[in-house]
Design a protein around this ligand. Structure first.
Ligand code: ATP
Length: 278
């Protein structure tokens, strides 16, 4: 057995990041507010990681309840079946770290009322955002487009995440309104074609899901969030993950001149600024 004295304070290992020169002020995490939209396979794990990292405030959104069918993912337990995902997550996360202020919103963000309530919950009352970062961990494009629109209206930075239907690849993307492409600038083909994604569900076909891929995507998402919030390393604009070939592509997606989401204003100026920087 080693004689080394191990500090039992859970924050001391996090503060070591500062002593080792990785971050300049780890404690700044206590002043940060992060919103996690979608508490499924990726969002619940991301919320747990942020809680263990000691984030100051965590807002959680989901309309669904925990089902036994969710047990092939991490985080939720069989005894939580039937609880709303937000209530179950709040109970577990408070037990892990009572220092984190939790706000749970059991709601559908895509309805008309849901859109307004979602925007209000992120706002400070004076038209600005009260959060530092929004993480999109939803599983449909309609919800992603809603997050995109609310974040554009509040000039709020957000990060998108996704796992493929065959469960073996995923991605994360950083969206900074006015700087990077927004979700509507480079929409998936279904969105660009105006197809209702609900009509794409094939009868009898069950999407695959692996706790490994979801855990990896949640880890990539929170790692990128920590770098963004605490200003260390380089924040990725887009990072893909293909598990079959261990391929991690990165991209930088610029705003589209035809963006329908309000970026047209000043876009020429923005583009000339960007090209001057290159
Ligand atoms: P599956 O669809 O594979 O059975 P799931 O519904 O838990 O599982 P995940 O991909 O693991 O899907 O997680 C996505 C989460 O995002 C879900 O918990 C879902 O309820 C939530 N979500 C999706 N759309 C919305 C929305 N419009 N408003 C609030 N939460 C949403």
């Amino acid at each position: 057995m080693s004689d080394e004295v191990v500090d039992s304070n859970p924050y001391s290992r996090l503060m070591a990041l500062q002593r080792m020169g990785i971050v300049t002020n780890y404690q700044a995490i206590r002043q940060k507010t992060v919103a996690v939209v979608g508490m499924g396979g990726v969002g619940s794990v991301a919320a747990e990681m942020l809680t263990r990292c000691g984030v100051g405030r965590l807002l959680m959104y989901d309309y669904d309840t925990v089902e036994l069918a969710n047990m092939n993912r991490l985080f939720f337990r069989p005894d939580q079946a039937g609880m709303t995902k937000t209530a179950a997550a709040a109970a577990t996360l408070t037990g892990i770290n009572p220092d984190v202020a939790l706000e749970a919103f059991t709601m559908n963000i895509t309805t008309l009322a849901g859109f307004e309530a979602f925007k209000r919950s992120l706002s400070d009352g004076a038209g600005r955002s009260r959060v530092d970062l929004v993480l999109s961990c939803v599983d449909n494009y309609e919800a992603r487009m809603t997050i995109n629109q609310v974040c554009l209206e509040l000039s709020q930075a957000w990060m998108e995440s996704g796992v493929s239907e065959d469960a073996v690849s995923g991605h994360i993307q950083t969206i900074l309104p006015g700087t990077t492409a927004c979700f509507a600038c480079v929409p998936p083909l279904v969105v660009a074609s105006g197809i209702d994604e609900r009509t794409l569900k094939r009868e009898g076909v069950c999407a695959a899901s692996l706790p490994t891929t979801m855990g990896i995507v949640a880890g990539l998402l929170v790692q990128n969030s920590l770098k963004y919030l605490l200003e260390f390393g380089s924040v990725t604009r887009y990072l893909g993950y293909s598990s079959l070939t261990d391929f991690f592509p990165t991209l930088d997606i610029k705003p589209s001149p035809g963006c329908p989401s309000g970026l047209e204003e000043g876009l020429d100026d923005l583009l000339s600024q960007l090209s001057a920087l290159q």
